[in-house]
Write a protein that binds this ligand. Structure first.
Ligand code: PMP
Length: 334
């Protein structure tokens, strides 16, 4: 049996699973990359580790240093764990409107929290800008800058993409996922295209994001809203710049949530909404490629994080009703 040398060696090398319901629905093979099995429970552990290693190589982060980031979720959790494992303090700046669960989780992991009032990105008080200033003003601190620091997508060029290629022995026709920073889609896409330009890269964009319109028409325009956390981008971040995206789908929360329900009820997979939106996109891309190729296509998507991170939202009937979303039948039983 393989034994990992330390906790950080547990990041990456995640399993790939064939998703039975989505495969049947699309008439082809749909595979999910189980990123929720990373130590911090999400795809963002990879980016957190690469950002920290890059800062160390540049000499920006030294023993006893401080990592500062503006994030409310998975990146903060990844940075806190990597920081603990490497001997760095982690300061997370987040809007005070974030869920109790997230605040509690980050605190439990030992991150220092700075809560700021919610503000639009154009406002200097926005949590991302606040975190940049805090990093500049704190001795020994480095700003992780996950949106525009391309060490983020490099993690996926170096690891996630090659892992997917190797797990399928290169027998892959399509890859699709949603974008938050864009690190995953851009990095995996570039790594796969480098191995074969016959692989189609698709974007699954939630409502309220501007990337669907950008890749369809060249114009950044958003429509509607989404309750999905961690995805939905309104600009071309440095991580998205130069991404190889061939096709795009706009996916509703209702469609994504229906896959979250089915994957749990029929396959025992408990996931967050971004994973459901990714799977909905994979079914559409799988159908299109199957028709184009004249044989069952092989499509991969990302299962980003565990649903246990969303017990007070996606798995809470009152919250679902409040948001006008379908309540899972088993939540109504008791
Ligand atoms: N899903 C979830 C739950 C996330 O937290 C993130 C990270 N923001 C993503 C998907 C998207 O990943 P990326 O930042 O690499 O685009």
């Amino acid at each position: 049996m393989h034994v990992a040398n330390d906790t950080l060696a547990l990041i990456g090398n995640t399993p790939l699973v064939r998703l039975s319901g989505p495969s049947k629905e699309a008439g082809c093979d749909i595979f999910g990359k189980c990123e929720y099995t990373n130590p911090g429970g999400s795809v963002k552990d990879r980016a957190a580790l690469w950002i920290v290693r890059d800062a160390e190589r540049r000499g920006a982060l030294r023993s006893g240093g401080i990592i500062v980031e503006g994030t409310a979720g998975n990146t903060g959790i990844g940075l806190a764990l990597v920081g603990n494992a490497c001997g760095y303090r982690t300061i997370i700046v987040m809007p005070e409107t974030q869920s109790r669960e997230k605040i509690d989780t980050l605190r439990a992991l030992g991150a220092e929290l700075v809560l700021v009032p919610a503000a639009p990105f154009s406002n200097p008080a926005h949590f991302v800008h606040t975190s940049r200033r805090l990093a500049q003003d704190t001795a020994g601190a480095v700003w992780a800058d996950q949106f525009d620091n391309t060490a983020n997508r490099k993690a996926h060029i170096d690891t996630t993409g090659p892992e997917i290629w190797d797990q399928l022995d290169g027998r892959i026709d399509g890859f699709i996922c949603a974008a938050g920073t864009g690190g995953t889609i851009a990095g995996v896409g570039l790594a796969l295209k480098e191995r074969s330009d016959a692989v189609t890269i698709g974007l699954a964009d939630p409502h309220g994001a501007a990337l669907y319109s950008f890749y369809a028409t060249g114009e950044l325009k958003s429509e509607g809203t989404s309750v999905a956390e961690g995805i939905g981008q309104g600009r071309i971040t440095a991580n998205l710049d130069g991404a190889a995206i061939d096709t795009q789908y706009r996916i509703s929360d209702a469609e994504g949530l229906d896959w979250v329900r089915r994957l749990l009820a029929e396959e025992g997979l408990c996931l967050g909404l971004s994973s459901g939106i990714n799977v909905a996109g994979a079914v559409q891309l799988g159908r299109a490629l199957t028709q184009r190729l004249g044989r069952p296509a092989r499509v991969v998507t990302i299962l980003c994080d565990t649903g246990l991170r969303y017990l007070s939202t996606l798995y809470n009937r009152d919250w679902l009703r409040e948001k006008n979303l379908a309540v899972f039948p088993w939540l109504v039983r008791s």
